[in-house]
Design a protein around this ligand. Sequence first.
Ligand code: ADP
Ligand code: MG
Length: 159
Amino acid sequence: MVEITYTAPDEEAMVALGAKLAGALRGGLTVYLNGDLGMGKTTLARGIVQASGHEGAVKSPTYTLVEPYELEGLTIYHFDLYRLGSAEELEFMGIRDYFGSHSLALLEWPERGQGILPPGDLVITIERQGLGRSVTIYAATSAGVDVLSDLGGDGSNPN
Ligand code: ADP
Ligand code: MG
């Protein structure tokens, strides 16, 4: 199984899906969050970050490009590269330091860092579905496939 699609009818369901995902995510993984502006990428990231133990707010790192969350045994780096000038800017940020076995990277607009970012283990695509959203999680590496099997989907009806 390399792909699962979930339905998130509202914001609350999106946060809950993030929490479900958090149970299967671990350090060393790179997660791409794809979808147009306003699709719910930051909302999903918030669900992941808060379920991983962060108690405060999760703001969009639109202007800071990256927001770190230092949790027990894991640091989550939440990126939003929408305003990145060029992929090379990531080199100046010391991008490699953000990817390690104790770090989980969540990236909005990863295509802006193409060529410099490591490949995504999981590529999540959020699309509009009625008033809600469909969330497709594609496993691009064997580490990503492990996450999908931990999510426990048997392909029949993951909702
Ligand atoms: P993005 O980071 O993709 O630009 P945000 O996470 O900031 O998007 O969310 C934009 C809006 O979409 C918010 O108002 C949020 O409440 C709403 N939203 C998030 N998830 C869903 C969902 N599953 N269904 C409907 N609306 C959602
Ligand atoms: Mg966002």
